[in-house]
Design a protein around this ligand. Structure first.
Ligand SMILES: [Zn+2]
Length: 192
């Protein structure tokens, strides 16, 4: 299936059961990824987000081909934005592939014609201490490792976000009613 068709279908009402058979395009170990015909991975990787718990709105830009690839400042900023705001604003080294995954999901939303598919970040990095206080959170949560976020995207149903995340083969995908958990751990999926 051509990616463009997938994008259309994923946002339409059609069933998306074929996705499992599609070729995953994550992760850009770059030679392969840059042959992507749409130039998907060559663009500046930008994530527009909001964090309700801190009131922040911002833009993460962690990669620019023109500027030589991964951007140190952008990455540092991303780690700050994805910090544990409820435990002394603790910052972790976030998994760069997680940022790529978030970019990929949002960029697809843009390609599908969503004008401002801002990503709401409900939870990202969590300290071990903080994670232990969350009811139902796994002890070895990917959040603790800086490899998970819980998100919603404006204008897109949570199940669609989950389908996109699965398509990219980034790792774990948890589909909850009020958000989607995505991580870069083992490929697995569940319903919350
Ligand atoms: Zn989560």
């Amino acid at each position: 299936m051509k990616r463009r068709q997938f994008i259309k279908s994923a946002f339409g009402t059609a069933a998306v059961g074929y996705i499992g058979g599609a070729v995953g395009i994550l992760f850009p170990d770059e030679a392969v990824a840059f042959s992507e015909p749409t130039g998907f991975w060559e663009r500046d990787r930008i994530i527009t987000f909001r964090r309700p718990d801190t009131g922040e709105n911002g833009v993460i830009r962690h990669f620019s081909r023109r500027e030589g690839g991964y951007l140190q400042d952008g990455y540092r900023q991303a780690c700050w934005y994805l910090r544990d705001s409820k435990d002394n604003n603790s910052v972790a080294k976030m998994d760069i592939q997680l940022l790529n995954l978030l970019y990929a999901i949002q960029e697809w939303a843009r390609m599908a014609g969503k004008t401002n598919p801002v990503m709401t970040i409900n939870s990202a990095y969590r300290t071990r201490r903080r994670n232990a206080q969350i009811e139902g959170a796994a002890l070895n949560s990917m959040h603790v490792a800086g490899r998970a976020v819980d998100i919603t995207i404006r204008g897109i149903e949570n199940w669609q976000v989950a389908e996109m995340a699965k398509h990219f083969n980034g790792g774990g995908v948890g589909h909850y009613n009020s958000f989607t958990h995505v991580d870069t751990g083992k490929l697995r999926e569940w319903r919350g």
